[in-house]
Design a protein around this ligand. Structure first.
Ligand code: NAP
Length: 312
């Protein structure tokens, strides 16, 4: 089968679209024919060697978390799937192999895809939307009528976060550059801030949740625009953020780090929100898997609006 591997860490041109071995499922696994995947920044961070402590030096390495496709084989110990099921889900961020024609996975990572999405649209959802859901609901403890600020609202995670925060009936402020403000309004943001013109930490507003998707602010800097019991949620671990979490121990405000995990209940909640028309994936561009070098090069610009989809 065709898939993408790399044999050394480096720039996008280390990626090779080539013949690889088709995986075989165990009794507890599903074999899925992948129709689409997507690019997440973690993919190129792994490719660059930024997570070597986890990914090691044994090559070739594989990439790809998100998948949508059709179940081909159901392991003998699995009862709730049938061959032919149209599914979506995501694999472990650091050991996924979804940049390939077939994957093996488990029911913990997989559910039926939203019926109103194509395979390409569905592949844009799992990791980014689960991050937004888990960040806002599990770390941010999101509740109706709260004021929520999303920094980085026009990217893969941010476009889902705006819509999910609106689905939870909160008042949403999205931070992005000026060109993406019309999109945030279309997604339902109540207020927008163009970060090239205004620093949100310097206005007088206070928020219940600041969801910092970009990671260019820290808890300490955000404290004065968090309500007294507000929560700052971040996605990127760093030494400064650990220091800030220690600071938060002395405050009623909280600083929390999310590391997203696949969870079928969350994928099901997202499926419901999508089928009810409350959430939709925003797709910036679609590449063939064989064009993976161009897709990574574009993702690394940091200017992607919504998601990059890979058609397998
Ligand atoms: N911890 C976890 O579990 C987890 C899960 C998912 C993602 N992440 C991380 O979260 C980060 C975001 O992921 P993503 O998929 O959303 O990335 P992405 O789609 O590549 O984000 C691109 C977006 O970021 C915006 N942006 C860039 N600089 C900005 C700034 N200074 N202020 C506001 N917006 C800015 C860009 O908008 P403009 O062009 O308008 O600037 C663009 O729309 C990545 O570092 C990723 O690795 C972590």
């Amino acid at each position: 089968m065709k898939g993408v591997i790399f044999n050394r860490y480096g720039s996008p041109d280390v990626l090779e679209y080539t013949d690889i071995t088709k995986p075989s499922p165990t009794a507890k696994q599903l074999l899925i024919k992948v129709f689409a995947s997507s690019v997440n920044p973690i993919d190129w961070k792994i490719r660059r060697g930024m997570l070597q402590i986890v990914t090691g030096k044994k090559f070739p390495l594989f990439l790809g978390c998100d998948f949508s496709g059709e179940v081909v084989t159901v392991g003998e110990e699995i009862s709730d799937f049938q061959s032919g099921d149209q599914v979506y889900g995501f694999l472990s961020a650091t050991s996924g192999k979804a940049y390939g024609e077939y994957i093996v996975t488990t029911p913990q990572n997989t559910i039926l895809k939203p019926t109103n999405l194509t395979y390409s649209q569905a592949a844009a959802v799992p990791l980014a939307a689960s991050t937004a859901l888990q960040g806002l609901r599990d770390k941010g403890n999101i509740k109706k009528v709260q004021k929520v600020l999303i920094n980085g609202a026009s990217g893969g995670v941010g476009t889902f976060a705006v819509q999910i925060a609106k689905a939870y009936q909160t008042e949403v402020t999205g931070v992005c550059s000026g060109k993406n403000i019309p999109l945030l309004k279309e997604l339902g943001a109540d207020h927008t801030i163009d970060y090239t013109q205004e620093d949100f930490t310097k206005n007088q507003e206070q928020y219940d949740i600041i969801f910092d998707v970009v990671g260019n602010y820290f808890f300490r800097k955000c404290q004065k625009c968090l309500k007294p019991q507000g929560i700052y949620v971040r996605l990127l671990p760093s030494l400064t953020s650990i220091f800030n979490s220690i600071l938060a121990l002395f405050s009623r405000q909280q600083s929390k780090l999310l590391l997203v995990e696949p969870n079928p209940k969350d994928l099901a909640e997202l499926k419901d929100l999508i089928e009810q028309g409350k959430v939709k994936p925003i797709i910036d561009s679609t590449y063939k898997l064989s064009e993976i070098i161009a897709a990574h090069t574009y993702s690394e610009t940091g200017r992607v609006v919504g998601k990059i989809v890979l058609e397998v």
